[in-house]
Design a binder for this molecule. Structure first.
Ligand SMILES: Cc1cc2nc3c(=O)[nH]c(=O)nc-3n(C[C@H](O)[C@H](O)[C@H](O)COP(=O)(O)OP(=O)(O)OC[C@H]3O[C@@H](n4cnc5c(N)ncnc54)[C@H](O)[C@@H]3O)c2cc1C
Length: 1036
């Protein structure tokens, strides 16, 4: 009673219901609380809530962003560690084709496009969340609402949020600001990415080139060169076939380089720059230098004056000097080789084919630095002629019959120490000391004089080779240091393998394959040139190989001297020094001859090139962070939108406008703002700018779900939830649960008898308990016990009859059933009437309506009631009294055949199992009532009516509201006046109820014929031309 009284403070039925709605705000809206017939938000599939375009933008944009990011990572890392040699063709095409900058620009454009589209959609989503969850000031609602439909990005929304007089949720503002920051940052993606580019060496694709490898007409005169030693060496790159030999002297003093194969490309030094790979025919220099302790017979050194041929070396200039050292004697090749433990060449028994007598100049120094000056004495060159005439090959041993012989000397004395002109120094074997490949004559007064003898084998071949390098080879230049006046020879010595072990080889190609070795007249000619023409074919040739002075017939370019001296000074290995010198000579000769070779062959070459390549990762990381950051913002906003909104369909302008134009808060504003500026509207709302949200409204905003449609033979009729015809479709169980909140209800009590007295009324229940009170409200429905019991008190005629006899059977057989539908079938039923419809058959009506939406939001319980004209219903022998479920189903199914298939679905899907036990409806013609004592009847107990007009519950609620008012406004201490008020109330509701009962008896027949527009849910129906499309989509 207390609860009821409280409720009666409300003005009318709808207000009463809304008061319940207020009470249950926490349980979402009243609609959510009672309407299991509404399709809830979570049932909205993504493509429906977001829309196809927005879904595509968000998910497609995400894919594009991640795809572009992946592509950028591929560009940044695709180079690999080998200069892009093994990079994918796409990577090479982009970078080597110089498309990297356009590609980055295009990628950035794609990223920006994807982000801009996503940001725009997310702005709509953010505006939707704001409007539905947070609310915005009324002055901004138009703009925010329109932002849901059309927008250019988050800037405007962030501006609205920041400048809003009412703070929106901080998290919402922060999220939109993050989206804005991310959207701005992504605009700089191209700049960030391009900043990572740097020029770097990349390996180009192979190209084929024609290269001269032979002389067609064997016009060797054109190739002849003289004294190449005098010219600055022309250093070429070469590859070296790996060999295990070292030139370290053995215990017998033999220092043997073994056969070293150095492969020179048929390319000038300039065209070798940046070469990474070569496949073709090349020149092979085979060389072997073996140095050992010489056995000399009668070695003498003589101080002489000489003529104008005396030259001064060491600072690059020549000038006559008047002082010279000469040495002479004979080499004992047999003993020399024997001491070194090597065999004579087969074609040179006893070493007799090799030149023995020597007579050469010696170098000397003019300062007192004690620096060794070295020179080479070549006692004879004739055996080198064999290189022209014979098809010779490298010997198995260190010495061959065609070996050139170098007698190398070192002395560490200055001119003053050698004595006067004409003095002769006979070297004495007693002063002899062996040291590695050297012998050293040591005297107290004349100092040291060292000798070693070196045998050279050298051939030139051609071979098909494949050579490569992973990095660009820097040509080992010989740089002159102006300060130290030295030539920096280390890089070249490293290339030539004549540096310390700690210094790695460089300037070399790796030889990957080596085959088809051949020799031509040209290669033989080159080999001979290396000897005869270079050395001027002079017997007892003296070559000064260090920075000393002396006479020579072969002036050396300072570069050769520097390299030779440095090798001797660092590794003290004459074999390597000689080999280095001959390699430089071969390189210089080839470099000069190559352009003159007119017989060409194709070779495949691969060069490196400097191209802009992603080298740094700073920009890529920054862009990756921005893209991931943006995608997270998009994902977060989309998730919030899906979880938190129900009514917004971003991108739909009409809906955005409709929410504005139909909203309670905005409607009046819109009417007044026809010619007003936004500023004027804001000004007007300055002091009263309420927070506005989009929510389902009884009058506007949401889509209407309380609709009943009559599909009559004459056309469709409709009553729907509009401001003029407000109606609510409530699930009976949930409504009862709501109404019973806070009310002390004793369940499972069945009233059996009622006793009234002047001071109280008592109800006796079937379980033997009883309850007494001041007033009894009989709200026990059509089969009311209260109505029956009243007869015992005042005995009015109408109340004496037992309940059922008082009731009048509605002349229709009632069949009812239930079923569960989902997907397209559910959608179809809702389209026919959301939430109920009545279809007219030949002699029946079929009511069908949704009862409860399942938690998955995709299926729901439906129920149907078929009322078929039948005057005999209620008679004890009527077939339905003994009919099984199957019998009833068959009847309903058979009847329904007259309807279109869509109207038959609920019956046929429910089947026999879905059949319910309904048989008939009752109403009653209750016109008179006894005076109220302590029992008052309301609802169906007072005026039982059929559901034909759907008004029974409305009447029951109205009765309750009215009763509450009567009690609240009465003086409860004055029993007589209270009884009078209740009595008047009772008569009033019976009268109104009876009126509805009478109308209800004709409603359906009249609707069928179209004679009269029926009422339903308390409102007159209006014609409906066509079914509205549903604002929801359930079918997958
Ligand atoms: C198919 C169908 C469709 C309908 N559709 C609509 C519609 O769309 N709109 C509308 O407004 N109305 C509709 N109605 C009518 C509406 O359901 C009733 O008018 C309404 O329920 C009456 O409410 P009430 O409280 O008076 O009685 P009831 O709702 O019948 O409640 C009576 C309660 O009293 C209990 N009771 C009965 N006897 C005893 C006893 N001896 N002791 C203890 N408790 C007892 C019952 O168990 C029941 O809980 C429909 C009715 C039907 C059958």
């Amino acid at each position: 009673m207390a609860a009821l009284e409280e409720k009666t403070s409300q003005q009318d039925t709808m207000t009463f219901i809304r008061s319940i709605q207020d009470t249950y705000q926490k349980a979402d809206s009243f609609y959510n609380a009672v309407q299991d017939t509404s399709v809830r938000t979570r049932t909205r599939p993504i493509n429906q809530s977001l829309g196809i375009f927005n879904s595509l933008t968000i998910f497609g944009g995400g894919f594009i962003s991640l795809g572009v990011l992946g592509f950028l990572i591929f560009l940044w890392t695709g180079r690999g560690t080998d200069g892009g040699l093994t990079a994918t063709p796409l990577w090479r095409w982009i970078v080597l084709g110089q498309y990297i900058v356009p590609t980055i620009t295009l990628s950035s454009v794609l990223l920006r496009l994807a982000n801009a589209s996503q940001a725009a959609v997310c702005t709509s989503l953010g505006a939707s969340i704001l409007l539905e969850k947070n609310g915005v000031p009324l002055s901004q609602v138009a703009e925010v609402s329109v932002l849901r439909g059309i927008n250019d990005g988050p800037l405007r929304l962030v501006w609205l949020l920041v400048t809003s007089p009412r703070r929106a949720a901080a998290s919402q503002t922060a999220l939109m600001m993050l989206l804005l920051v991310g959207s701005i940052a992504i605009q700089f993606s191209s700049t960030m990415l391009v900043s990572d580019l740097q020029l770097s060496r990349l390996v180009q694709n192979p190209t084929e080139q024609l290269m001269g490898i032979d002389q067609n007409d064997q016009n060797f005169d054109a190739l002849s060169q003289f004294n190449v030693f005098a010219s600055k060496p022309n250093i070429m790159l070469f590859g070296e076939v790996p060999s295990n030999m070292t030139a370290a002297p053995n215990s017998l003093g033999l220092s043997d380089t073994g056969i070293v194969k150095r492969i020179f490309l048929p390319m000038t030094p300039d065209s070798q720059l940046n070469l990474r790979r070569f496949d073709g025919v090349a020149f092979v220099m085979n060389s072997r230098f073996a140095c050992m302790r010489p056995v000399l017979k009668d070695p003498v050194v003589k101080v002489t004056t000489t003529g104008s041929f005396v030259r001064f070396f060491g600072n690059g200039t020549n000038q006559d000097i008047s002082y010279s050292l000469r040495m002479g004697g004979e080499i004992d090749h047999a003993s020399t080789m024997k001491n070194a433990g090597i065999d004579f060449p087969d074609d040179c028994p006893g070493g007799t084919c090799l030149p023995a007598r020597y007579n050469c100049s010696l170098p000397f120094t003019i300062n007192t630095s004690n620096r060794f000056s070295s020179s080479m004495c070549m006692p004879g060159l004739l055996q080198a002629v064999r290189r022209l005439s014979e098809d010779w090959t490298m010997a198995k041993g260190p010495v061959a019959s065609f070996s050139l012989v170098y007698l190398m000397t070192r002395i560490n004395r200055t001119t003053g120490e050698w004595g006067d002109t004409g003095s002769t120094w006979r070297l004495d074997d007693d002063d002899l000391e062996p040291s590695n490949e050297w012998i050293s004559y040591r005297t107290a007064d004349r100092g040291n004089m060292d000798f070693t003898i070196c045998y050279e084998q050298l051939t030139i071949d051609r071979a098909t080779v494949s050579m490569s390098t992973n990095t660009d080879i820097v040509p080992p230049a010989l740089a002159f240091n102006a300060t130290s006046k030295d030539v920096q020879t280390l890089p070249l010595r490293q290339q030539l393998g004549a540096a310390n072990d700690s210094q790695p080889r460089n300037g070399l190609f790796q030889v990957d394959s080596y085959s088809n070795v051949s020799r031509t007249l040209t290669t033989s000619f080159i080999a001979v040139q290396l000897t005869l023409n270079s050395f001027a074919f002079t017997k007892n040739l003296t070559i000064v190989t260090s920075g000393g002075k002396g006479t020579t017939t072969l002036p050396l370019h300072n570069d050769y001297t520097s390299v030779f001296t440095d090798i001797m000074g660092t590794v003290d290995c004459p074999a390597l020094a000689l080999q280095a010198m001959m390699t430089m000579l071969t390189s210089s000769m080839l470099a000069d001859m190559l352009p003159k070779l007119d017989q060409q062959q194709t070779a495949a070459t691969v060069y490196s090139v400097s191209e802009s390549t992603p080298v740094r990762f700073t920009g890529l990381i920054a862009v990756t962070v921005v893209v991931i950051f943006n995608l997270m913002c998009v994902a977060l906003i989309t998730t919030l939108f899906l979880l938190r909104t129900r009514y917004s369909y971003p991108g739909n302008v009409w809906q955005a406008v409709a929410h504005l134009s139909m909203s309670d808060e905005t409607q009046s504003l819109l009417e007044e703002s026809g010619e007003a500026t936004d500023g004027a509207v804001s000004k007007r709302l300055k002091n009263n700018d309420p927070c506005v949200k989009v929510d389902r409204s009884l009058t506007a905003g949401g889509f209407c779900v309380a609709v009943v449609i009559y599909h009559t033979p004459g056309g469709m009729l409709i009553v729907e939830d509009t401001p003029e015809t407000p109606c609510i479709r409530a699930n009976r169980g949930r409504l009862r649960q709501l109404l019973s909140t806070g009310v002390d209800i004793r369940w499972d009590k069945k009233a059996a008898r009622i006793e009234e007295s002047d001071d109280k009324v008592t109800v006796f229940f079937e379980d033997g308990t009883l309850a007494s009170g001041d007033l009894l409200v009989g709200a026990d429905g059509t089969f009311s016990a209260g109505r029956f019991q009243q007869s015992s008190l005042s005995a009015p005629t109408s109340w004496e009859k037992p309940t059922k006899r008082l009731l009048e059977a509605y002349p229709s057989l009632v069949l009812a059933g239930e079923t569960t539908l989902s997907g397209a079938e559910m959608e179809e039923q809702l389209r026919l009437g959301h939430s109920a419809y009545i279809a007219f058959g030949p002699d029946y009506t079929l009511f069908s309506g949704i009862n409860r939406v399942h938690d998955d939001g995709k299926s729901a319980d439906f129920y149907w009631v078929m009322a078929q004209n039948d005057a005999t219903v209620g008679q004890p022998d009527h077939w339905v009294m003994t009919a099984t479920k199957g019998d009833k189903f068959e009847r309903a199914k058979r009847n329904a055949q007259a309807l279109k298939p869509e109207f038959r679905v609920t019956i046929e899907k429910g089947g026999v199992q879905g059949m319910k036990s309904a048989k008939m409806w009752y109403d009653a013609s209750i016109t008179k009532v006894p005076p109220v004592n302590r029992v008052v009847l309301i609802g169906d107990a007072a005026h039982p009516m059929t559901p034909a007009r759907g008004e029974g519950a409305i009447f029951a609620i109205k009765d309750a509201v009215q009763l509450g008012k009567v009690i609240a406004s009465s003086d409860r201490t004055d029993l007589i006046s209270l009884r009078t008020a209740l009595d008047e109330y009772q008569k009033d509701i019976l009268e109104k109820g009876y009126e509805s009962i009478l109308l209800g008896r004709d409603t359906l027949p009249k609707a069928r014929t179209g004679a009269e527009r029926p009422k339903a849910w308390g409102h007159e129906m209006r014609p409906l031309a066509e079914l509205k499309p549903l604002p929801i989509k359930i079918a997958e």
